[in-house]
Design a protein around this ligand. Sequence first.
Ligand SMILES: Nc1ncnc2c1ncn2[C@@H]1O[C@H](COP(=O)(O)OP(=O)(O)OP(=O)(O)O)[C@@H](O)[C@H]1O
Ligand SMILES: [Mg+2]
Length: 333
Amino acid sequence: MSDFAVEANDIVRTFNDGDVQALKGVSLHVRRGEVFGLLGPNGSGKTTMVRILSTILSPTSGTATVDGFDVVKHPDKVRRRIGLAGQYATVDENLTGFENLRMIGSLNHLQKSFVLIRAKELLKEFGLTDAAHRNVKTYSGGMRRRLDLAAALVARPPILFLDEPTSGLDPQSRQDLWTIIEGLVEGGTTVLLTTQYLEEADRLCKQLVVLDKGTIIAQGTSQELKTRLGATVLSLSFHTTGDAARGIELIRDVSTKPANVEGTVVELTVEGGPASAAEALRRLDAADIALSGLTLREPSLDDVFLSLTGHKTEDELAPSDSETKSTRKARAG
Ligand SMILES: Nc1ncnc2c1ncn2[C@@H]1O[C@H](COP(=O)(O)OP(=O)(O)OP(=O)(O)O)[C@@H](O)[C@H]1O
Ligand SMILES: [Mg+2]
């Protein structure tokens, strides 16, 4: 048996007769029992990859196996081994939580008596026992996400695909879901999840790849990515753009990475954390440049992008979504 729960080799997927290139040759290897993160901004190809691995879409070219089975040649075998919680809740709003899980059980041809026990067990595990017999319509966003995850687990799949499991959730509900996912992994489940949050990938994922416009632009552990990036982002607010311009010249070399300047705000990624901040402050103070604000924060996905590509994630949304074959040809000359 392969060491890998999920293996994808050079997956390409195009839409609209090749006009849209959602994936441009993506390979990934997910080891059994780990949480693997697919990190990327809107439109980078995360959902397309998950849909290919869960046999909903076929690749234009390239191959993928799940639990050793080819997703194109043996889709039934793959489906029996995976659970999928999609980006948009798939549970039926007009049924109760319990009814939803029972329906999933019958769609999966599972024994009724097994499903009854399993549904109760999952509702309890995910804190939904009290709401079990209420219509899902009345559930909060966090409760829906938990039910969605429960639905993906009815058949006890060894491999789980979670597409942006916590997007749109408040911090507490997000934490709750992280705890649930960690519990599943402790129990031996392999998880491939997509996220736009570096913090989430950092907390959950052993290995990650960063996608940008259908291409992997970085991979490794979260720590490796952060080390490449510089551990902390120092954000300085000046009173005027003139001060910001003078300030940046004084403190530029506190970081080995290029600074990001937006109006009166200057951001630097720094390896030294507080010590680097203190050094920057000393230099500004000596030059009599006052600040209106200062923060130190963990790097976000935006910072990773800025560091890897030289621009922030939102800068590339429009071109990537609207780029057509003809504009690509035109650019290629
Ligand atoms: N069925 C489709 N037809 C045409 N284009 C598509 C289709 N599905 C996806 N795309 C395009 O493929 C690209 C990748 O989309 P995908 O949904 O995989 O991105 P994503 O990383 O999941 O984004 P998000 O974070 O917004 O969910 C986008 O440019 C999208 O518009
Ligand atoms: Mg998506």
